[in-house]
Every structure is written in C-alpha cells, then in structure tokens.
Write a protein that binds this ligand. Structure first.
Ligand SMILES: NC(=O)c1ccc[n+]([C@@H]2O[C@H](COP(=O)([O-])OP(=O)(O)OC[C@H]3O[C@@H](n4cnc5c(N)ncnc54)[C@H](OP(=O)(O)O)[C@@H]3O)[C@@H](O)[C@H]2O)c1
Length: 242
C-alpha cells in the first residue's frame, strides 16, 4: 500500500510512519520544520528494504500544500492511505489570542488537510481500498479553556471527516482518531503540576504514547476495518468515554 502521512517527522506521525513501514507500505513522509528528522526516517526505511520519500510543506500556506500534492502526484499515480496527522497547538485563551492565530490554526489543521485531500482524491479513487484518517483531539468534543482555536479546528476536522465518509462511500473510507493526552512535543510545555493533574483524570493511569495512537491509525487503515467509515476512535485511556 502507498501511504501519505502528514507530520511524519516526529511524535504520532513518526510512530505511524514506522508502523506502516513495518507492515511493508510505501511512505510519503511529510514534514514542516524538521526536514532532517523526516530524511532520517526515510533512510531508516530504505535500510530496512522499504520505500519512502520525504516532502515538506507548511499546511497553513496554500501554495505549499499545492506543491506538496504535486510532489506526491509526480511520484505516485495512486494513493491508498492518507493520514492527516500534522497539527499545531499553541495554548492560548480565546480572550488573549490574536485573530491571526485563530485563523492560522484553522488553516493548518482544517483547510490545509481539506485542500490536500481534494488534490489527492483522484489518486485515492484509483486505490482498491482507499483510506483517509484524520487525527483530531479529545478537545474537539470537550472544548478547552486555553485552546478555543484548536478545539474549533479539530471539531471542524471531525465534521469534514464524517461528510467525506458519506460523499466518498463506498470507494474510500474516512475515519477519525481522537487522542487524549499523548506524550509528545505538544505536551512538552506542561509543568509538573499540569502533568500530575492530567494523570489524575485518566482512568488508565498513564499518558498515551505515540505508538498507542499509531496502532489505532494502522487498524483503521487495515483490511480489518473495511466496514468502518465515519467513525471516531477515541484513544485516551478513558479520559472521555462514549
Ligand atoms: N500529543 C497529544 O497530546 C495530542 C492530543 C490530541 C491530538 N493530537 C494531535 O495529534 C497530531 C500529532 O501531534 P503530536 O502529538 O505528534 O505533536 P508533534 O510531535 O508536535 O508533531 C506535530 C507534527 O505536525 C507537523 N506540523 C506542525 N505544524 C505544521 C504546519 N504548519 N504545517 C505542516 N505540518 C505541521 C510537525 O512537523 P515538523 O515537526 O516537521 O515541523 C510534526 O510532524 C496533531 O494533529 C495533534 O493535534 C495530539
């Protein structure tokens, strides 16, 4: 299978890239700032006998999104799996933030992903079993005291995913993975008190790992998930149930 993973340079995206490579998939590893990390994982995959290439783009910049789609389209006439994992989360209260920050968050998390989907769609439709997986967040449904922009963007991602699931059926399945608190760079700014607070609210008693989320993404991309579309899979240790 040929899989595009956005934000494949670190965290959940990197774990997903490694997971797909282990399953024998060919990878397009997208990155934004961390080109070297993306090139490193491409080398790692090549050393293991696999196939991968890296391609950079700021998903908040429409011209770079178009260039990313062109790069992928030049290499591949078919895409089987598209994982929209890249995301930015600057913690900021709605009342403190600048309007441009709000707009940028929606551009990176929603508009960029929607545009990339639109541009790669002809290639996804050539797949025997096309899969699109969006990475959302528990905050899409719970809301956030210091991330209205991010919660709004992730809620939009979920609405987009469910709509695409209807529109693209039966050719392509479209699902969402909604992580809770996962131990990646996004949580690096936590104080010890914030971390302790987080742990207190998670019934399974630990933060998630990037691998926990990659496993859920890999499941939705696998033949075992062929009858699942329009679903949101919560990977949050019980932080939010239902
Ligand atoms: N960690 C959590 O607790 C948590 C919880 C809920 C949801 N999520 C979601 O999970 C996804 C992955 O996050 P993570 O935890 O793995 O965070 P991370 O380690 O910070 O990784 C974020 C990834 O997104 C890419 N990215 C950031 N801004 C971008 C931009 N403007 N254009 C293109 N790519 C951009 C980064 O690329 P570069 O590194 O190359 O710049 C990086 O690969 C995100 O969608 C995030 O919202 C995470």
């Amino acid at each position: 299978m040929r899989a595009v993973v956005t934000g494949g340079s670190q965290g959940i995206g990197l774990a997903t890239v490694r997971r797909f490579a282990k399953d024998g998939d060919e990878l397009a590893v997208h990155f934004h700032r961390h080109a070297e990390a993306a090139e490193r994982v491409v080398e790692e995959i090549a050393e293991g006998g696999g196939n991968a290439f890296a391609a950079g783009a700021d998903l908040g910049n429409p011209e770079e999104v178009r260039e990313l789609a062109r790069t992928i389209a030049k290499k591949w006439d078919r895409v089987d799996i598209l994982v929209h994992n890249a995301g930015e989360y600057a913690r900021r209260a709605f009342t403190d933030g600048k309007w441009e920050d709000f707009e940028r968050c929606l551009r990176v998390n929603v508009v960029g992903a929607a545009e990339l989907t639109r541009l790669l769609l002809p290639r996804l439709l050539r797949s025997r079993r096309g899969r699109i997986i969006f990475v959302s967040s528990v905050l899409a449904s719970s809301g956030s005291r210091h991330g209205a922009h991010y919660a709004a963007a992730k809620a939009a991602v979920e609405g987009l995913a469910r709509s695409l699931a209807r529109e693209l059926a039966p050719s392509v399945t479209v699902n969402v993975v909604a992580p809770g608190s996962v131990d990646t760079a996004i949580l690096a700014g936590d104080s010890l008190a914030q971390r302790t607070d987080r742990l207190r609210t998670i019934p399974l008693g630990r933060l998630g790992t990037a691998g926990d989320v990659a496993d859920a993404i890999a499941f939705l991309a696998s033949p075992a998930a062929s009858y699942i579309t329009g679903a949101t899979l919560h990977v949050n240790g019980g932080l939010r149930m239902g």
